[in-house]
Structures are given as C-alpha cells and as structure tokens.
Design a protein around this ligand. Structure first.
Ligand code: ADP
Ligand code: MG
Length: 475
C-alpha cells in the first residue's frame, strides 16, 4: 500500500533525525528497538518490547518523537507508545515471553537438575555458618545507599536499572550486569540494592562479595574438601552480587564454578547482579558461554562523569561536612578533577581535612595550594595544540584553519569549540589562548566561550558533541 510505504518512509526519516540528535549509543539502546505499528485516525502507534523501555522512552524521547512526527506529517495528531509482546527484541533486554509482556523473563538455558536432589540437605555440621550470610557476604558500606547516589546523565540508566531490581517483587532481568571504568559508582549501586532489599524484607538472603573473594572461598572449599557446603551457601541465596567479575578472567575452574552457581540461581529465579570493568562481550579470558550468558539480562554501563554530575556530587558531599565549601571551589574542582568520582571525593576530603587542621576557611587559593600535585598532574596532560588537532579532526577541517583568518561558519564554529575547550581544559589565560589561534584578541576568545556555552544550553546534540570531545581529550 502506498500509504503504508510512505508512513514507513516518514518513520525512517524521523529515526535518522533522532539518531543524529541522541547519538549512536542512546539510539541503539532505546530508539532502534521501536517499531512502527501504523496510524489510525491521526494517531501513530509505536511499539516497544518491554514496559521498562516504554516508560523510559515515554519520559525521555516521546516529546521529541511527537514533534518530529507532526513535522513530517501534519495529519498526525498524537503518538502512542505501546508495549508489544513479540515486538522487536532490544539488544538490552531479553525478548519478552509470550505470556508476560510486562517483564522479560529469562528461559532457563538447560533443564536444571533439581537442586535439592543434587545437594544433600545441610547437616548440623555446617548448617550454622552457612545460614549466616555475613560469613560469606562482604560488609556493606553504610554510605553507599540510593539516597547518597547522585543521578545524572552518565549514570541514570544504571541507576534506574538498579532501582528496578531493588524495588521489584519479581525478577525482571537476570543478570543485571553493570559496567564502567573505575570509581564511577558500580560498587555503590550494588550496595544500595543490597541495603534497599534488606530494609524491605530482612528475611531475604542477599550476598554481596567481590569476585576475588568468591574465588578465595572456592579455593578454600576445594582445599578443605568442602565444596558441597560452598555450593549450598551460594545456591541458597535470594540475591547474589559479584563485584568486579573481570577478576576471574583466565581463572578457569573458578569461572566454571561461577557459571554453575549462576545457572542454578537463574534457574530458580533468583536475582544475580554482576559488575565488571568491561561489557560482557569485551571480557577477555572469559569463557565464551559465560560471556554470552552474562549479556543475556540487562546490561547497563555508567559513562564517564560530566561536569554537571561532578558538581552535583560535590554539592551533595559538601553538605555533609562541617566546613563550609564555597560554590566557586566546588565548581573549580568539578572542572579540574575529571578522572572519576573517587578522585573527586578524595580531593574534597583533602581540602576539608586541611581546613579543619589549620583552622582556616576554605578558599580557591587554599584549594589550589593543597591540591597542587593533583592539579598539576591533570594540567600537564593537555596542550592547546592537542586540542586544536583533535577538534580539527573531529569536524574534519584543516588544522591550519585553527589559525587562519577565515570566518566561514564551517571553520569558525570548530575554532570556537577549540577555544572553549582550551579555556576549560587548560590553565592558559585568555590572551595566551588568543595568541595560539592565529594571534586573535582575548575578546574573541571570550566571545567564543560564551557562544559555545549558549549553544550547549540550546542544542542537546551540540552539547553531547562537546562532551565527547572533552572525554576524548581527557581520556
Ligand atoms: P566503582 O565500583 O565503579 O569503581 P565506587 O562505587 O566504588 O566505584 O565509587 C567510588 C566512590 O565514588 C564511592 O565513594 C562512591 O560513593 C562515589 N560515587 C560514585 N558515583 C557516585 C554518585 N553518582 N553519587 C555519589 N557518590 C558516588
Ligand atoms: Mg567497585
């Protein structure tokens, strides 16, 4: 039908625009799985595979989708997003099973041996230590709660997934796989889930431990010929969390044991939560079947922090310390300490400790003094030349155009971006920056900084672009 075809074409054009606007990753995760169902009486119907996705798309992208639709086709009066069982499977979420369109449920991968038959009932000899989950579980950090977790763009998805696991009565996705670079909040989120579940129902057995500790316990069990007890204690929990699972890469028998434990728990519909420093498919030294299996549930990554998130985290931490930390100092730290949240916290703790020790108020000057070594290390890295080079590459212009007097938009805008980044990421003064850009005046640099700031506010795609560049430069 010609009408249908043209509707499809419109949808394809909308998808193309959305992809440009939100970026590759967000598009792949959230928008690509959308399917166009059709249009009836001015209402376009779009289907998503799960309710979780529908809520997410509804709150993050629906307005944009609606306005793109009305731009494409004035006869479209509304857009409805529905959950369709048997819809296109998202890469993130397992396909919904036929009788449950609300939560995806993983089918067991193999018919399990009934666990009770495989394992003897616990005998008095080891019943006592086994029922005490604190024996196995590592202690939980009381600060690592959801209340203390600051949510921003880079971690909102991982946070939403963690909350979902903590709040849901049934298992929605198994495992929840969290990954990110160091110091970005994986352990914090896992502890937060554990706290929340325990608070809600103290009877539920939640075990949290590092993969390293898991291995250590397994080896000890082997040594003491106590593997039955080992199996039992891990296979009788309601929620098992294994942190930093990359640690067991290349450790074959531990992996084997983990795989069996994992399957046993999933088969019994118990929640498994795993964290790592890479995505499942990038975990080298992991057996193929384990990698595949780890990617079956919900995979959520935490991105490097943005300035806004860093500032938010600092503000929230600063509220909990005795000393008053001026906003300027927080902004300064958020600009300068970009590696990860752990370092950011460390820097704040240092200036607070110093102020308390010497009994003086915290100022920008004292901060620069106290953090001299840290700041120098982050300054050293980047030169204006490097920034110009990266930005020129990124926008596909010649490096010479960074210095040239040409004012065509195609080169002027990238040049402004480079000036802006030079101001943000180095300690060079405005006149110094101006000189590096073909001997321009410092007022030109100020203008560039303002312009870019303005565009960042008004244009989400542009803002994301800048963030990407910043990350590449700082990485
Ligand atoms: P990872 O396990 O990813 O290496 P952690 O969970 O140990 O990182 O986080 C490092 C530190 O940063 C912790 O003290 C944690 O509380 C803090 N942190 C990380 N992300 C956030 C956040 N979004 N809000 C508040 N604190 C955070
Ligand atoms: Mg950790």
């Amino acid at each position: 039908m010609s009408l249908g075809a043209s509707l499809d074409q419109k949808w394809a054009r909308i998808c193309g625009k959305l992809k440009d606007e939100v970026g590759e990753t967000a598009y792949r995760n959230w928008l690509k799985p959308l399917t166009l169902n059709g249009m009836r009486a001015g209402e376009v119907c779009i289907a998503v595979p799960t309710r979780f996705m529908r809520d997410w798309v509804e709150s993050h992208y629906a307005d944009r989708i609606r306005s793109l639709w009305s731009g494409e086709d004035p006869s479209v009066q509304s857009v409805e997003i529905v959950v369709a069982a048997g819809g296109v499977a998202a890469s993130l979420v397992p396909p919904p099973s036929a009788n449950d369109d609300e939560f995806p449920v993983i089918e067991p991968i193999a018919a399990p041996e009934p666990i009770a038959a495989a394992l003897p009932l616990p005998t008095a000899a080891y019943a006592a230590p086994i029922t005490d989950e604190d024996d196995v579980s590592a202690p939980l950090d009381p600060r690592f709660t959801f209340e203390n977790f600051v949510v921003g763009k880079p971690n909102e998805f991982a946070h939403a997934a963690a909350r979902r696991v903590a709040d849901a009565a049934a298992v929605n996705f198994n495992p929840l796989f969290l990954y990110s670079g160091v110091g970005l909040g994986k352990t914090h989120l896992m502890h937060a889930i554990a706290w929340a579940i325990r608070r809600k129902d103290a009877r539920r057995r939640v075990i949290y431990l590092s993969a390293e500790k898991f291995m250590y316990q397994f080896i000890r069990a082997l040594r003491f010929k106590d593997t039955m007890a080992f199996k039992h204690q891990f296979r009788s929990v309601d929620v098992l969390m294994i942190d930093d699972v990359q640690f067991i890469s290349g450790k074959d028998s531990t992996q084997e044991e983990f795989f069996h434990t994992f399957n046993a728990l999933v088969d019994q519909n118990r929640q498994v939560i795993v964290s790592a420093d890479k995505s499942p498919s990038d975990l080298e030294g992991m057996e193929e079947r384990l990698r595949t299996r780890l990617g079956w549930g919900l995979v959520a990554d935490i991105h490097p922090t943005t300035y806004e998130l860093r500032l938010g985290i600092l503000q929230s931490k600063a509220e909990n310390v005795e000393s008053k930390v001026p906003p300027r100092v927080l902004e300064f730290l958020a600009h300068k300490i970009t590696s990860n949240v752990r370092e950011l916290e460390g820097a704040l703790n240092r200036i607070v400790a110093h102020a308390e020790l010497v009994g003086r108020a915290i100022t920008l000057e004292s901060t620069q003094e106290v953090l001299y070594d840290l700041l120098r290390a982050s300054d050293r890295r980047l030169s204006i030349d490097e920034i110009q080079k990266k930005v020129a590459e990124h926008y596909n212009i010649r490096l010479a155009d960074m210095h040239s007097p040409r004012r065509a938009r195609a080169v002027a805008r990238p040049r402004q971006v480079a000036m802006y980044l030079a101001k943000q990421l180095t300690t060079r003064s405005l006149p110094e920056i101006g000189r590096k850009f073909g001997g321009r005046d410092h007022t030109t640099v100020i203008h560039a900084v303002r312009k870019v700031e303005e565009l960042r506010q008004s244009d989400a795609a542009f803002a994301e672009d800048i963030e990407l560049l910043r990350r590449m430069l700082e990485g």
